[in-house]
Design a protein around this ligand. Structure first.
Ligand SMILES: [Zn+2]
Length: 218
């Protein structure tokens, strides 16, 4: 078989590798033509499939490291101080979690620890494990595919933002009864939620899967 014949036979498969299915409506799309800084959308439902950005991997790593540091601060620093009738009570997120660690409330305590702290932190570590070596120009390290699959699975379960909305509602209710002072952990949590949103928008799962495939991890 001549080289030309081989190319002719390989071409349809090369074309197939370039196709991706929209996660919302399953319509197939070709993303190789999306320019840097542009957006690749599904032709049928307009779901954003890819947004190639320059240095996206480095930015994802920076944001994930910042998120992990903020999470440590958010857990260890005071979250809120309540003062009323001469009584003063200061609490951190850890105190709040441990407050339910007795009797029938133990499952609630475990769920709070998992959904607010452990799962978001695990997700950040899994993203770093997958993306950091590739951002430095190396091949993905062993288990990168499984780590990124874990990060994708954990996405709906990492609920730090739900916690901050709940706290905001509670603050409005309690605000009339006592003097509230917001601690540094509150701002660390608020910044963490913003960073998570920016990182999720920047991180195109499809492009990371494609890069893992191209660099031989899948
Ligand atoms: Zn679609």
């Amino acid at each position: 078989m001549t080289k030309q014949d081989r190319l002719k036979h390989a071409a349809p498969f090369a074309d197939l590798r370039d196709l991706v299915a929209c996660p919302v409506c399953d319509t197939l799309a070709r993303l190789s033509s999306v320019p840097l800084g542009g957006q690749g959308r599904c032709k049928r439902c307009h779901h954003v499939l890819a947004m190639p950005r320059s240095n996206a991997m480095t930015r994802i790593v920076m944001l994930a490291v910042t998120g992990a540091i903020l999470m440590v601060g958010a857990v260890s620093f005071p979250f809120l101080t309540i003062e009323t009738h001469g009584l003063r009570q200061q609490a951190s997120v850890l105190d709040t979690i441990l407050a339910y660690s007795d009797g029938l409330m133990v499952p609630l305590s475990l769920a709070m620890a998992a959904l607010i702290v452990v799962l978001p932190l695990m997700r950040l570590v899994a993203i770093l494990y997958t993306v950091a070596p590739m951002a430095l120009g190396h091949h993905p390290i062993r288990g990168a595919t499984q780590a990124f699959r874990l990060a994708e699975t954990l996405k709906p379960w990492a609920m730090a933002e739900v916690f901050i909305v709940g706290v905001a509602v509670a603050l409005v209710k309690v605000g009339g009864l006592a003097t509230l002072t917001i601690g540094p952990a509150f701002w660390a949590f608020a910044a963490l939620v913003l960073i998570t949103v920016v990182n999720d928008n920047l991180m195109s799962s499809l492009i990371i899967w494609k890069t893992l495939e191209a660099r031989g991890s899948i």
